[in-house]
Design a protein around this ligand. Structure first.
Ligand code: KG4
Ligand code: ZN
Length: 348
C-alpha cells in the first residue's frame, strides 16, 4: 500500500473545469469540461459565461474523476484548488466546491497558484522535478521565465511579458488571418504547410538597449502589429494572403524568442534543466525548436504531454501532492480567490 498522498485537484481559473486525482507522482484521473465553444463567437473568454459553465460542470466532472480513479472523495488526503491568478468569478466556483469538500470531509485545503501548477504537472509525466529548474511558462494570460528552486516554496519570476502573453498573440493573429478561436491550435495547424522563413517578423526585446533593460522579459505586441500590417498591405494590393507562410513565420518568431531567452536564462543561472509549460507549450514549433536548441546546449528539456499543457485539474493535484509530501501547511478555509496572485506565492 502506497503512502504517497492522495490528492484531488480542482481547476476553474478560466474556461476549463478540471478535476484531477493524483497519488504522489502518479496520475489516477484527469477530467476536463471546457466551455470554449460557448466563447468562440465572442473571440475570447466571457467571464460570466465561464462562471456559469463551471457551476454546471463541476459536480459531473468531479464524479467522473472519482469514478475513473476508483476513489471516493472521503479517501483523499487533501483537496487542492486553484486560488489564482484567473477570472474572479470562475475562481470562486472552484474554491467554493473545494471548500465544501474539505469542510464536509474534514480534509486539509490547499489553495494554490495556477502558474506554479503548470510547472508541477510535468512531474506526472517525467517524475521528480530537478531543482533548480528553469521554467518557461507560456499560456493565454502569462509568459514568464521562472527560476524554481523548490516547487513548493521558492519560485522566482526572472522576467515576463511587458504586453501580450504568447497565447494572446496567437489568439490575435488567428483573428487577423481569419482562423477560428482559440487561435493557438488553429495557427499551429495552419503553419504546418508554411515556410517559417518566408517573412522576417520582429523578435521583441532581443537586441540593443531593449535586451539590456529586458533581458528576460518578452514582448509580443509589436510582432502582432507587424503581422497585421503585413497582411493589410497584402490585401490592399489585392493579393492573396499566404496564410500558411504567415502562420509559420509568426510561430517561428514566437518560438525563437521564447527558446532563446529560456536557454540564456539557464546558462546565466547555471541551471541545466528547462521545463516548458502552459497552453502554448502544446505548440508544435515551440516543442521542436526547444528540443533542438536544448540538445545543442546540453540542457535537459521537459515538456508535458499535450493534454496536460492546457488547463486541467491534474496540475493542481500534482502541486497539491508535492505540498502535502513536503509537509507544507494547508490554507485556511476562509481564503478567497486572487485574480492577480503573484507567481512567488505558491500557496495562499
Ligand atoms: O494554459 P492555458 O490552457 O490557459 C491559460 O491559463 O491561459 O493556455 C491557453 C492558451 C491559448 O491562448 C491558446 O491559444 C494557446 O494556449 N494554445 C496554443 C496551442 N494550444 C493552445 N498556442 C500555440 N499553439 C498551440 N498548439
Ligand atoms: Zn493556464
Amino acid at each position: 500500500m502506497s503512502t504517497a498522498p492522495l490528492v484531488l485537484g480542482i481547476e476553474s481559473s478560466c474556461d476549463e473545469t478540471g478535476v484531477g486525482i493524483v497519488r504522489g507522482e502518479t496520475l489516477l484521473a484527469h477530467e476536463v469540461a471546457s466551455s470554449m465553444d460557448q466563447h468562440a463567437r465572442f473571440g475570447g473568454v466571457v467571464p460570466e459565461i465561464a462562471s456559469r459553465a463551471h457551476l454546471e460542470a463541476m459536480l459531473p466532472t468531479l464524479r467522473r474523476a472519482c469514478d475513473t480513479a476508483g476513489v471516493r472523495p472521503g479517501d483523499v488526503d487533501a483537496i487542492a484548488v486553484t486560488s489564482g491568478p484567473g477570472l474572479a468569478g470562475a475562481l470562486l466556483v472552484g474554491l467554493s466546491a473545494a471548500k465544501a469538500l474539505a469542510y464536509a470531509l474534514d480534509k486539509p485545503l490547499y489553495g494554490l497558484n495556477h502558474l506554479v501548477a503548470h510547472v508541477a504537472v510535468d512531474i506526472l509525466d517525467h517524475g521528480p522535478l530537478p531543482e533548480p529548474t528553469m521554467a518557461l511558462l507560456v499560456s493565454g494570460g502569462h509568459t514568464n521565465l521562472l527560476l524554481v528552486r523548490d516547487i513548493t516554496s521558492d519560485v522566482v519570476s526572472l522576467g515576463e511579458t511587458i504586453d501580450d502573453a504568447a497565447g494572446e498573440a496567437y489568439d490575435k493573429v488567428a483573428r487577423i488571418l481569419g482562423l477560428p478561436y482559440p487561435g493557438g491550435p488553429s495557427v499551429d495547424a495552419a503553419a504546418a504547410g508554411g515556410d517559417p522563413r518566408a517573412i522576417a517578423f520582429p523578435r521583441g526585446l532581443t537586441s540593443g538597449r531593449d535586451l539590456e533593460r529586458h533581458r528576460w522579459d518578452f514582448s509580443f505586441s509589436g510582432l502582432k502589429t507587424s503581422v497585421a500590417r503585413w497582411v493589410e498591405a497584402r490585401r490592399a494590393q489585392g493579393l492573396e494572403v499566404p496564410v500558411a507562410d504567415v502562420a509559420a513565420s509568426f510561430a517561428e518568431a514566437v518560438a525563437d524568442v521564447l527558446v532563446r531567452k529560456a536557454i540564456d536564462a539557464c546558462r546565466a543561472h547555471g541551471v541545466t534543466d528547462l521545463q516548458v509549460g502552459g497552453g502554448v507549450a502544446a505548440n508544435s514549433r515551440l516543442r521542436a525548436l526547444a528540443q533542438e536548441r536544448c540538445d545543442e546546449a546540453g540542457i535537459g528539456l521537459r515538456v508535458p504531454r499535450l493534454g496536460l499543457c492546457t488547463d486541467n485539474g491534474a496540475m493542481v493535484a500534482a502541486l497539491g501532492a508535492q505540498l502535502v509530501a513536503r509537509g507544507r501547511p494547508p490554507s485556511s478555509l476562509s481564503i478567497g480567490g486572487d485574480s492577480s496572485l503573484p507567481v512567488q506565492h505558491v500557496t495562499m
